[in-house]
Write a protein that binds this ligand. Structure first.
Ligand code: SF4
Ligand code: SF4
Length: 160
């Protein structure tokens, strides 16, 4: 039997529009992304009293992952020390408009859907690793050599 989790559900164009608006704001995006998510899955492993259903709960669980992953707070321990709270609210209060829109907090939050994280990685995070000119030249040289060898092999077969 095929089992599809709610977090693998398709991100609709409307949801992507809302997500883009959230990600364009220069403020910590994790809480808004959390609220756009589907919340706690029915297969969570918490042993709760009967009737205390928490499926779909999108609240911050206070794990502090977003606070720990924020580069602004890692660079400025004094700012981090302004509160002992480890919630998205604390992140918003101490980072505010100094957010660098790296989205590390969203990626670290267990309450944000995988689909949202995939979208951020694939469509919003631009890779800016500089390429080495030497490596690129070697690449071209190697491809030229491969092309010559292939040409010779094909030539031999054609004239056979
Ligand atoms: S982790 Fe990145 S996106 Fe999140 S609040 Fe810090 S700087 Fe902003
Ligand atoms: S990472 Fe943890 S503390 Fe931050 S918003 Fe998500 S659940 Fe809350």
């Amino acid at each position: 039997m095929e089992y599809i989790t709610r977090k693998e559900e398709f991100l609709t164009p409307q949801k992507i529009n809302v997500l883009n608006s959230i990600l364009d704001i220069k403020e910590p995006p994790v809480a808004r992304c959390r609220l756009l998510s589907t919340g706690i899955e029915p297969y969570h492993r918490l042993y709760l009293p009967d009737g205390l259903g928490i499926d779909g709960d999108r609240a911050c669980i206070g794990c502090g992952n977003c606070v720990d992953s924020c580069p602004v707070l890692r660079r400025e321990p004094d700012r981090r020390a302004r509160t002992v709270q480890r919630t998205s609210f604390a992140l918003e209060a101490i980072v505010a408009e100094d957010c660098e829109q790296c989205y590390a907090c969203v990626m670290a939050c267990p309450q944000v859907d995988t689909g949202i994280k995939d979208y951020i990685v694939e469509d919003r995070v631009v890779e800016v690793i500089p390429q080495s000119k030497k490596a690129r030249a070697l690449d071209n040289y190697f491809m030229m050599l491969v092309a010559v060898i292939l040409g010779i092999i094909i030539g031999v077969f054609v004239t056979w």
